[in-house]
Write a new protein. Structure first.
Length: 190
């Protein structure tokens, strides 16, 4: 379908749907091919091609005689902008990752091993306790309020405080019995 594009442009001061459709079908494959060669990614090329034609629809060029040149110019500018943005994003991501690694202190292997052992000891003690006590300790250690603990465990809100105290006392006694008296033993699950 060949439409005299100049005639459609001149008939109105803005681009009408018929003219746009004719231009779109004629130039879409070529604009897409240029952008695909430029950015090297089919999805990005498709998005940029759509954006090129959106710019045509929003604000057609003042000189309608060279619509092909206008489309290619807009498409290549969008493609170069996308490449620059991708390069900047990659640079920021690389530097952010490097900065995050550099800012984190290296973990102390002995500390990591000690923390692992302590967690295993706590889990071993928790396995010896009643399920409700374990649930109460874990929910409280997770930061839940007494009201939230009551709702999650199905007990009265007024009973949560005393149930937690009993569970903590049981935990401390079992931990002390299993791992001996120590100033560094945890009194709550880790």
């Amino acid at each position: 379908m060949t439409v005299n594009r100049l005639q459609l442009f001149r008939s109105r001061s803005w681009l009408d749907e018929r003219a746009f459709e004719a231009i779109f079908y004629e130039y879409y494959p070529r604009i897409y091919a240029v952008l695909f060669r430029l950015v090297g990614d089919r999805l990005s090329a498709d998005d940029l091609t759509a954006e090129t034609f959106w710019k045509l629809w929003e604000k057609p060029p003042a000189q309608e005689e060279n619509i092909a040149g206008w489309l290619y110019r807009v498409a290549t500018r969008l493609g170069y902008n996308a490449l620059r943005a991708a390069r900047r994003r990659a640079w920021y991501e690389q530097n952010a990752g490097r900065d995050a690694i550099e800012q984190q202190p290296l973990p102390d292997p002995a500390g990591v091993a000690e923390q692992h052992n302590e967690r295993e000891e706590v889990r071993a003690v928790l396995r010896q306790m009643a399920l409700r006590d374990v649930q109460m300790l874990i929910l409280r250690n997770s930061g839940l309020s007494y009201k939230e603990i009551a709702a999650a465990s199905g007990v009265a809100p007024a009973a949560v405080g005393s149930l937690l105290m009993r569970a903590e006392a049981k935990f401390a006694a079992l931990y002390k019995k299993a791992y001996g008296a120590s100033d560094t033993h945890p009194t709550k699950p880790v």
